[in-house]
Write a protein that binds this ligand. Structure first.
Ligand code: AMP
Length: 176
């Protein structure tokens, strides 16, 4: 995997959605089939020997590479969604964001105690969303939880929110 090539393929959009934010646009990673393939391969390399049985993607940018990774690992895919979207019985968790709170849900029958889970989202910023997702998955008491991002903004130190028993991986890292 050529991480530099992948990093060069992420479009940086200054001042989106508000002034001062350097927005990392992951859509430019997906538009070139060679880059998309390289990204896919990089993800598979990270988890191919870990016995993963479920990949859990966080709405909505976790729904792009999540199912691809699940298929490549011969695992199932499970969505974590915003409230009111999942039709059957759910577990949910609310968490604080910069402005106000948010809630995420997962189907109650989606994970079991024998599962080895990779939680996937596009980008680690403060880590609040993923931490809530980890707490949601812990309700199922699975054998192991891995956390995966395409991109990590290291300066925000989001990874320090996670317990040491949770392995946090990102393909592309930005120091600043
Ligand atoms: P956080 O909970 O702070 O780790 O961020 C949650 C979500 O917000 C990430 O999964 C991204 O989809 C989005 N996000 C936050 N900061 C950025 C950024 N600088 N560029 C692109 N997306 C971002």
């Amino acid at each position: 995997m050529n991480v530099e090539k992948l990093r060069d393929s992420v479009r940086n959009v200054p001042d989106f959605p508000i002034p001062g934010i350097q927005f990392k646009d992951v859509t430019t990673l997906f538009i070139d089939p060679k880059i998309l393939d390289e990204l896919s391969e990089g993800l598979v390399e990270m988890y191919k020997d870990k016995g993963v049985s479920k990949v859990v993607g966080i709405e909505s940018r976790g729904f792009i590479m999540g199912p691809m990774l699940a298929r490549d690992l011969n695992a199932g895919f499970v969505p974590i969604r915003k409230p009111g979207k999942l039709p059957a019985e759910t577990y949910e968790i609310s968490y604080m964001k910069e402005y106000g709170s948010d809630t995420i849900q997962i189907h109650r029958d989606a994970i079991n105690e024998n599962d080895i889970v990779v939680l996937h989202d596009d980008l680690l910023a403060t880590g609040g969303t993923m931490l809530a997702a980890v707490q949601l998955i812990k309700k199922f008491n699975p054998k192991k939880i891995y956390v995966n991002f395409l991109i990590e903004l290291e300066e925000l130190n989001g990874r320090k929110l996670f317990d040491p028993d949770i392995e946090v991986e990102a393909i592309i890292k930005y120091a600043v």
